[in-house]
Design a protein around this ligand. Structure first.
Ligand code: 5GP
Ligand code: MG
Length: 458
């Protein structure tokens, strides 16, 4: 996962990009960066850390220019060091090229080997660097042809923002795995992963970039082409379940409303009484609301979030993950004491956070704990940009419901069914999702080499 943002033309482009990235922080907490172009001069600042740590007034003031692209990184490929931060920039015979990418290319290894054989010198281990080398190596005349030629070679998932000299380019793969929307702010156009980034700066949402579409934003006009053979859509359903912000419109629909519907469906699949229903905040909050509405079980906030730390899952080492689980949420003992509690979680990945939360609820006095999860068991790795690292780390890939129930330490555990999840999606999107992490049915063939390591690692 990653958050991407671009704007052109605006005098305060870097500051606006900073705010946009701020609203996209949840999509990646590992690193952030902005590249701007001012006349023929390119300015770059990127570093490991949260958006608010990476930039300050002085740095933003130095990022001059009317075009900016920005990125928040959550590592899916490439290790987490500063070299692997984005946007990635090179000066080539085509001129200045910078890229901010969200997704995963499934043919990255083959493309990279090919480019290296042709003399490309890669500076990072990110598959996103392939964009710029493909562009730099394209034999096509003219930037549009070179972009179409380069994107046409990619397989897998990309929502991408490119800076190609004085043109801002936005593109989405033909499946549409990852979101990308178009907005307007004063005279400028904006490209952003989610609409929440537009809201924060008071920009107007125009529409989504369509699967397979490339838009070219010039100083005084915007062009759009769809040069590729269409494929079925495969919107990432996990954007709705967990990844996107609830206040965003993603794939044309409000995430909050969908999460609530998932919770309603969950309550219908498991009719039950209890003293209260409570979420594991923040991600479980919306499904828990829906659950309470449909079941009539009173809603309580039994775990209070400490807002001054980042998300837990993104931290790359197990040691940090466990520590962060503990500091993040504190129980309200009065609400929990001697109660039968239904706790709603949006998803279970490794099971470690859920186990720790259940322990917390238990220690706070809950008498009986029933866990409901607003998606089916996650059993298969993602090759399109979500960091479910190895199949072995996905608890549901190795263990059955009973084992997971014991591991997490609840009296009862129930996941939403695949049908329940798919039926909760907006009518116009039905049949257009990628649910491979639940079903193992991959819309784009997983790469041989990566799939082996991901499936067999450990
Ligand atoms: P687990 O219980 O499997 O250790 O953790 C599940 C929690 O991680 C859930 O609360 C869910 O919201 C969150 N989660 C699920 N997928 C991801 C992800 O890709 N990234 C992050 N940061 N959190 C995730
Ligand atoms: Mg969560």
């Amino acid at each position: 996962m990653c958050g991407i943002f671009g704007i052109y033309p605006h005098k305060e482009s870097a500051k606006i990009t900073y705010l946009g990235l701020y609203a996209l922080q949840h999509r990646g907490e590992e690193a952030a960066g902005i590249v701007t172009r001012n006349g023929k001069k390119v300015h770059i600042h990127k570093s490991l850390g949260l958006v608010s740590d990476v930039f300050n007034e002085k740095i933003l003031a130095d990022l001059r220019g009317e075009m900016s692209i920005g990125h928040t990184r959550y590592s899916t490929t490439g290790s987490s060091n500063v070299k692997n931060t984005q946007p990635f920039y090179v000066k080539s015979h085509l001129g200045d090229i910078a890229v901010a990418h969200n997704g995963n290319l499934t043919n990255a290894h083959a493309l990279r080997r090919d480019l290296e054989n042709k003399g490309a010198l890669f500076q990072t281990s990110m598959d996103s660097e392939i964009f710029v080398h493909l562009l730099a190596h394209s034999q096509k005349k003219g930037y549009q042809e070179a972009i179409v030629d380069s994107l046409g070679k990619l397989e897998g998932a990309y929502s991408v923002i490119l800076m190609v000299n004085d043109i801002l380019v936005g593109a989405r793969d033909t499946y549409g795995f990852r979101p990308l929307c178009l907005g307007r702010f004063e005279e400028a156009y904006i490209l952003a992963s989610e609409t929440s980034a537009l809201d924060l700066i008071g920009a107007q949402y125009i529409r989504d970039i369509e699967p397979g579409e490339i838009v070219f934003i010039h100083r005084d006009k915007i062009d759009s082409i769809k040069p590729f053979k269409p494929t079925p859509n495969a919107f990432c359903i996990f954007e709705y379940i967990y990844f996107s912000r609830p206040d965003s419109f993603v794939f044309g629909h409000n995430v909050y409303a969908i999460r609530k519907k998932l919770g309603e469906a969950l309550a219908k699949e498991y009719p039950q009484t209890a003293d209260l229903v409570t979420p594991i905040p923040d991600s479980g909050t919306y499904a828990a609301l829906g659950f309470s509405k449909a079941s009539q079980v009173p809603y309580e906030m039994a775990l209070i979030r400490n807002h001054y730390i980042g998300r837990t899952f993104i931290q790359p080492t197990q040691l940090l993950r466990d520590f962060r689980v503990k500091v993040k949420l504190n129980p309200v003992k009065d609400v929990l004491k001697d109660k039968k509690v239904i706790v709603v979680e949006d998803s279970i990945v490794r099971g470690t956070t859920s186990r720790a939360r259940v322990k917390t609820l238990r220690q706070a006095g809950a008498k009986e704990i029933i866990m409901r999860v607003s998606c089916p068991p996650l059993k298969h790795p993602c090759f399109y940009g979500i960091d479910f690292p190895t199949q072995k780390e996905l608890i549901a890939a190795k263990h059955d419901l009973n084992w997971i129930k014991e591991f997490i330490g609840v009296e009862d555990l129930g996941y939403l069914s695949l049908k329940g999840m798919l039926d909760s999606m907006p009518d116009c999107c039905k049949g257009k999702f990628c649910s491979a992490c639940f079903t193992g049915e991959y819309p784009v063939k997983p790469p041989k080499k990566i799939s082996k390591t991901i499936l067999e690692k450990n």
